[in-house]
Ligand binder design. Structure first.
Ligand code: SF4
Ligand code: FES
Length: 367
């Protein structure tokens, strides 16, 4: 068995509170309420533990991290711990004054989410009127301060036609990177497959656009692309492999191998309130359960791609096949692959466009 390496990146979900209510939110369907959020002191300790463990990059996320009144203090604490800090935000809740304070605290990078490239689309998808105009203002301030910027455009059937505009926007804003991420169908998004599933043709077209832009803007704009995996033949290497290079911490301190891990009911997650991050990373049952390749069943077990994609996504295997240790059904070697593709085509051809929006934490069952 190969030795477990330390994680490189940590995603700190500071809060599940968010002014937006995107129907594909990656937060769990049952969210942590404000009263259960870790306080500034505990996060400060966790950032130090993360740096000691070997983490280099800290992604401050949510919900909307700007909903935390102590965001500047948290960035300050993370920089003190020696971590590279990236703020993943919708922009709502940020003012010029607050961004200046974040700059002074040492924030290294901003990642701004896009729900669409005009107000009509963005405000409808985000469920927040006026959100798009505010976001554009925040993008201007980010440019004025000189934060390196990544745009993050989550795409689906309803907004994929705006992909060229999103790429042009990234270029115009001087972003260094754009992440085009097709909705991953876990949690809230699973409820919205009929409204959001891209068609096979859309997915192919998006792939061509990305390839052309990557070539044209080589050296100027990095384009990361997460394709519509339901229409692919091989799965993505989810989280870079379970317990391999990254970890997530929920607002209440639970340490998770990925953002959707709580959808796997037999896993028990440990909290930074009770155990050190290092012990959880190396020793906890949840991190060791699907780490490496020893847990695999056929066809993954004897497949020559098993250390390339690590069998795909555990949460997707559970959601579709009902077994988190099964081969991700996106894989053409999975016995469930054809059924998944038929299902994807059926969702994609649905006439429905009504969205089931994410609810705020106090309206879901808190844990
Ligand atoms: Fe990846 Fe498993 Fe498919 Fe092989 S069988 S390509 S390891 S998901
Ligand atoms: Fe959990 Fe892919 S989202 S392993």
């Amino acid at each position: 068995m190969t030795a477990v390496k330390p994680p490189i990146a940590m995603l700190a979900e500071l809060t599940h509170r968010c002014p937006l209510s995107c129907p594909y939110c990656s937060n769990p369907v049952q969210m942590a309420v404000r009263e259960n959020e870790l306080d500034t002191q505990v996060w400060t300790r966790v950032f130090r533990e993360a740096a000691d463990l070997g983490v280099l990059q800290l992604h401050l996320s949510g919900g909307e991290p700007a909903s935390r009144p102590d965001l500047v203090e948290l960035v300050d604490a993370a920089r003190d711990a020696g971590l590279y800090t990236n703020l993943i935000t919708s922009g709502i809740g940020l003012t010029k004054k607050r961004l200046d304070a974040l700059d002074a605290a040492g924030l290294d990078h901003v990642q701004l989410s896009l729900q669409g490239t005009n107000a009509a689309m963005a405000d409808r998808i985000g469920g927040y009127r006026g959100g798009y105009d505010r976001k554009m203002l925040v993008a201007e301030w980010v440019g004025e301060i000189g934060f390196p910027l990544t745009l993050n455009f989550v795409v689906h059937r309803q907004n994929l036609a705006q992909l060229p505009q999103a790429l042009a926007m990234a270029e115009k804003m001087g972003a260094r990177r754009i992440e085009i991420a097709t909705v991953q169908f876990h949690g809230w998004a699973l409820k919205n497959r009929d409204a959001l599933m891209p068609t096979r043709e859309q997915a192919k077209h998006a792939g061509r656009i990305v390839a052309e832009v990557r070539e044209r803007l080589k050296g100027r704009l990095v384009v990361d692309y997460v394709p519509a995996d339901y229409h692919e033949d091989f799965p993505k290497r989810c989280m870079g492999g379970w317990g391999t290079s990254g970890l997530n911490i929920g607002p209440d301190g639970q340490v998770l191998p990925c953002h959707a891990a709580q959808s796997i009911p037999h896993l028990k997650f440990e909290s930074v309130k009770a155990r050190s991050l290092a012990k959880i990373w190396y020793e906890s049952e949840a991190f060791n359960m699907y780490r490496g390749t020893g847990w695999m069943q056929e066809p993954c077990k004897s497949c020559d791609r098993k250390t390339i994609d690590f069998g795909g996504c555990r949460c997707q295997a559970l959601a579709i096949v009902g077994d988190a240790a099964a081969t991700d059904p996106v894989c053409s070697k999975s016995p469930h692959h054809s059924a998944l593709q038929l299902q994807a085509d059926a969702h994609a051809s649905s006439e429905g466009s009504a969205l089931i929006y994410r609810l705020p934490p106090e309206k879901t069952v808190a844990h």
